[in-house]
Design a binder for this molecule. Structure first.
Ligand code: TEU
Length: 497
């Protein structure tokens, strides 16, 4: 078995925001095809595409109306096949996003197969992750249907065997089309408590994170399902894999999903939940390795995605946040396992503060603005300095801020000290081999991967570099690593021994 994904770097493309080929302001598959050389030159191993299926767009593609086609605004199945073929020719793998917890309310199943969904005469106390109750009354049927997300995203009833059979077919069809991996959206969801019992303690505000629901999700029925999916996927040649979005704060709860015969990989979001704090970062790494190591599961690392605020902003914003985010990306790419980069992270894009009237995320609208939602990390990419920033010839679906010309790919390609240049070099020098912590002063982290030493000065005093060859640093390093700096060194043979 070629388990190439065990130390791969995968690049997440939020399809609407990457590159628009036809001037409608929305990124599309031909746009991505045209930018494949950029992705190849970055040095990643593959691409994860967010959903591109026909969708009314209540949650921008995560409300799927047809699992086997491409949204006409984003291209055609022929474009998809060409994207796969061209990616493979460039040595890039393709991972697609499967959304099995819910469909769009406009999926024909909702009318033709109401028994595919979860219904109740009286709603229980479950809350929607996007705000408000998780139940909506259906006038025609006189009953309530469940939606852990938006009302336009009714939850499927996974206890219905017919639903299970539909998804096996869907998995096969995309594997037959040549995809290398499949991300399973809300992989901790799917099966709900069949008794639909109330949550014991509905924690106010807990709806934000679906991991805080105890009864609705994380059901034992998931594990036999993933064992069957594992068999199905492993029946295809070439090291295909499933990566689950298992959204729990604790890595301990995630581990059950990556036992040897279940999902190949899970996202490990621990670093998403911690600030630029040395103890919290070390703890996230330790807990991840301690839970996954003994079961021989591959750790994965994520600092950014289409669901969370951009890293430079989370780390305090401005020059300081930008600097910390650059250091963090060197740390990310030195950790053992699979790393995920979110398109735009390589440019150091910050979160964008959008005027409320332009916000589109249902999270914003369903919470009456109490939560700003995720539009700020989904602003289209700036490719060039000029008009439309090279993203579109029309109006981008979210405006690209003034001043982003300097953050554009074109601008950063001219600057050897840019974040883009740093990420490209890091992807070429990315270390492999055994991980081990090394002693380091307070406020700093140091670990080795075989003979590469990675030092991160999170918030310690200026740290003198070791007597070793400097491979790469997130900031110019004279004699010391200032706080908010990471660097990779090659240890001499002497030290390695
Ligand atoms: O996210 C699932 C999930 O748990 C997140 O919604 C998370 O709780 C939230 O973003 C925090 O604000 C997946 C997708 O990644 C997300 O984009 C979709 O909106 C969601 O599923 C529904 O399909």
């Amino acid at each position: 078995m070629t388990a190439w994904w065990r130390d791969a770097v995968l690049y997440e493309i939020y399809v609407r925001s990457f590159a628009d080929s036809d001037g409608d302001g929305i990124g599309d598959l031909p746009g991505i095809r045209a930018r494949l050389p950029y992705v190849r030159d970055l040095g990643v191993d593959g691409i994860w595409l967010t959903p591109f299926y026909p969708s009314p767009g209540a949650d921008h593609g995560y409300d799927v109306a047809d699992y086997l086609d491409v949204d006409p605004r984003l291209g055609t199945l022929a474009d998809f096949d060409a994207l796969v073929a061209e990616s493979h020719a460039l040595g890039l793998r393709i991972v697609i996003d499967l959304v099995p917890n819910h469909t769009s309310i406009e999926h024909p199943w909702f009318t033709e197969h109401p028994d595919y969904y979860v219904w109740a005469d009286e709603p229980n106390n479950w809350l929607s992750v996007f705000g408000g109750p998780a139940w909506t009354f259906d006038e025609d049927r006189g009953r309530y249907y469940l939606h852990l997300f938006a009302p336009e995203q009714p939850d499927l009833d996974w206890h219905n065997r017919a639903v299970q059979a539909e998804f096996e077919q869907i998995l096969r069809s995309w594997l037959d089309r040549g995809v290398d991996g499949i991300r399973v959206d809300v992989a901790h969801g799917l099966f709900k408590d069949p008794g639909l019992a109330d949550e014991a303690e509905p924690v106010p505000g807990a709806e934000l994170h679906s991991f805080d629901r105890r009864r609705a999700i994380d059901r034992p029925e998931l594990h036999p399902l993933y064992r069957r999916w594992r068999d199905l996927v492993d029946g295809y040649p070439g090291g295909r894999f499933l990566v689950g979005e298992v959204f729990f704060r604790d890595p301990e709860r995630v581990a059950a999903y990556v036992r040897r015969d279940e999902l190949h990989l899970v996202f490990n979001f621990t670093l998403l939940f911690v600030e630029w704090d040395v103890d919290a970062i070390r703890d996230a790494i330790d807990r991840t390795l301690a839970t996954l190591g003994p079961i021989d599961a591959t750790p994965s690392w994520v600092l950014e995605s289409h669901d969370v605020a951009r890293l430079p902003t989370r780390y305090g914003g401005g020059a300081r946040g930008a600097r910390r985010a650059r250091a963090a990306v060197l740390m990310l790419l030195a950790l053992p396992g699979t790393a995920f980069l979110y398109a735009g992270q390589e440019l150091g894009l910050p979160e964008v503060e959008l005027p409320n009237e332009l916000r589109q995320d249902p999270v914003f609208h369903r919470t009456n603005g109490a939560r700003l939602g995720r539009d700020g990390c989904r602003v289209p990419l700036p490719w060039t300095r000029g008009d439309g920033y090279g993203f579109t010839t029309g109006d981008p679906w979210l405006p690209i801020p003034d001043g982003w010309g300097e953050l554009s790919v074109a601008a950063q390609e001219e600057d050897p000290r840019s974040t883009l240049a740093l990420v490209r070099r890091a992807l070429r020098l990315r270390p492999h081999g055994e991980f081990a912590w090394q002693e380091s002063p307070e406020g700093t982290l140091a670990f080795t991967r075989a003979d590469t030493l990675c030092i991160v000065n999170v918030a310690g005093p200026p740290l003198p570099g070791p007597d070793a060859e400097l491979l790469l640093a997130s900031e110019p390093v004279e004699d010391v690593l200032e706080p908010g700096t990471a660097a990779w060194f090659r240890r001499s043979r002497e030290e390695t021994r």
